[in-house]
Design a protein around this ligand. Structure first.
Ligand SMILES: Cc1ncc(COP(=O)(O)O)c(C=O)c1O
Length: 361
């Protein structure tokens, strides 16, 4: 079996150290916002070249809390890409705001910046690009487009831990607020749900810290309506160990991606354009012959995935919400996209089997 992702294999060398630290916490008992949470926040901020990092319960909450921290008027508009995980859209609605969809760029996984302009209205308060598959949206171009108008940029970095923009600036430091999921399967994943938010603004940092802790900075003093969305100390211990390996594992992913780029060669396959410093959370190819390729993968025991089979406007829950809107490029990604195994520890032989199978389609 060629595994899509093998978390056990990625982490097994860390298990002994993790268990030893967990044991210390079992004795100490600082399970809520303990010292290791502070340590992780410091380490992650440094990793992203950002001033502040705030741990929270998951990537969906990270987005919702980021939006809430801006105190926007009800139904203010938030521009998001039509192809992303449901959470990007749900967070907007859960913050009492209105999602406005923009298509992805042709043969790319990120928002078409040239199409954003037409969707900006007086009500637009946030643009929320998603660095989907680890491919980085050109945030500088979005900044130029909004030209210091009162519009915030929150980038959804759930799939881009350790990626950089084309100028080499780390994701997590290039927008007003950046949100990360630390779901187990992410490039940096906990052993359960977890998330983190970064920002360079101390005002936003303070607001977010309060919102994630039931609106409170000091015990029993609640001056804001908040969420119970704290990062567990136990998850922070695991994340502190795993963060040390992230750069190396991202490099391994890049190597595999370069092989896919170079050696997949078949007229029935279209490749996606990834950004220069992408960290390949997913490596997705497009084919009109997806069912046939799936059959071949099953025969060869190659695992695969879909990211995602439905764009936002086609999700059942949004059947009436986005009415007759069409987003052609996002629909192609959903219909023709198939995610190849991208476990950093895939062997050369396994990568060759995957490539040869695809080339025989
Ligand atoms: C792009 C994107 N945004 C948000 C999320 C939500 O993160 P979580 O599952 O940690 O809530 C995910 C997770 O899959 C994601 O991929």
């Amino acid at each position: 079996m060629i595994k899509f992702l093998d978390i056990y294999k990625q982490d097994k060398r860390l298990h002994k150290k993790i268990l030893s630290d967990l044991n210390k916490t079992f004795i100490k008992g600082d399970f809520i916002l303990g010292n290791d949470v502070k340590k992780f926040e410091k380490n992650f901020a440094k990793f992203c070249n950002s001033k502040f990092a705030i741990g929270c319960a998951n990537g969906t909450d990270a987005l919702t809390i980021a939006l809430k921290s801006l105190n926007l008027k009800k139904n203010s508009e938030v521009i998001i890409p039509a192809m992303t995980y449901c959470s990007t859209a749900f967070s907007v609605l859960n913050a009492n705001l209105k999602p406005v969809l923009v298509d992805t760029d042709f043969l790319s996984s990120t928002i078409d910046i040239d199409k954003i302009k037409k969707k900006i209205t007086k009500k637009t308060k946030v643009i929320m690009p998603v660095h989907l598959y680890g491919s980085v949206t050109n945030i500088s171009k979005i900044k130029k487009l909004i030209n210091n108008k009162n519009i915030f940029i929150i980038d959804d970095c759930a799939q881009a831990h350790g990626a950089s923009d084309d100028k080499g600036k780390k994701v997590g430091s290039i927008a007003d607020i950046s949100t990360f999921s630390l779901y187990p399967g992410k490039n940096l994943g906990a052993y359960g749900d977890a998330g983190v938010i970064t920002t360079n603004s101390n005002v936003i940092n303070k607001k977010i810290r309060k919102i994630r802790n039931l609106g409170s900075e000091k015990k029993f003093i609640h001056d804001t309506i908040g969420f119970n969305s704290r990062l567990d100390t136990i998850q922070a211990i695991i994340l502190n160990h795993k963060l040390k390996n992230l750069k190396k594992l991202n490099q391994k992913r890049k190597k595999i991606a370069k092989k896919y780029d170079k050696f997949i060669f078949n007229k029935k396959i279209r490749k996606i354009r990834y950004s220069k410093n992408c960290i390949y959370h997913q490596y997705v190819i497009l084919t009109k012959y997806r069912s046939k390729l799936i059959k071949m993968f099953k025969q060869k025991k190659i695992q695969y995935g879909f990211h995602y089979p439905y764009p936002i406007h086609k999700l059942k829950v949004f059947k009436n919400y986005f009415k007759a809107q069409k987003f052609k490029n996002s629909e192609i990604l959903a219909k023709e996209g198939i995610s190849l195994p991208i476990d950093p520890n895939l062997s050369n032989k396994e990568v060759s089997i995957i490539i040869n199978t695809i080339n025989k389609l």
